[in-house]
Design a protein around this ligand. Sequence first.
Ligand code: CO
Length: 190
Amino acid sequence: MAVLPVVTYPDPVLRQRCKEVIAFDASLHKLLDDMGETMAAAEGIGLAANQVGDLRRLFLMNVPVDENTTTGLLEVINPRVVAKRGEVRFEEGCLSFPSVYEFVVRANEIELHYQDRSGAAQKLICRGIVAICVQHEFDHLEGITFLDRLSPLKRQLALRDYDRKNREALDDKAFRAKARARRSPPQQIS
Ligand code: CO
């Protein structure tokens, strides 16, 4: 197993539509295992395949339901949302947009059909944060990010904020590297 690098905006792979999984083989199982490790390392509650640069149609979730319970690790392959009910507004984040949090409106209850890692058909009826996470991850597989669910003005402001924060993070990295270089001149190794 391996922790994979998580792709961040504006990488074009986030705009790509993931393709139906046909082979439920060792390569699929390796991807699922690596994504599980990646999601845990990043402390994410959901991760779609294109967020690690793979275009297979699948995502992982492990969502807290209350203080003590999570859904456990769900591996969702070839998902279809067959029913949606109600509406909920929730502040979402995304591993591909570090430090951006925005309120998004989604269905409060959904019925999801999918396949597990063996190819067996599964069904999940979920509501609240679990339903929100399913819709967020399902969007990723369609090449849609949570900022696409905002009004054009809100999206523009969120992206401006994202650019600024990332520039600051990069500047900070460069600054720290320079400071380190000043502190410790190259050592002579003899
Ligand atoms: Co996301």
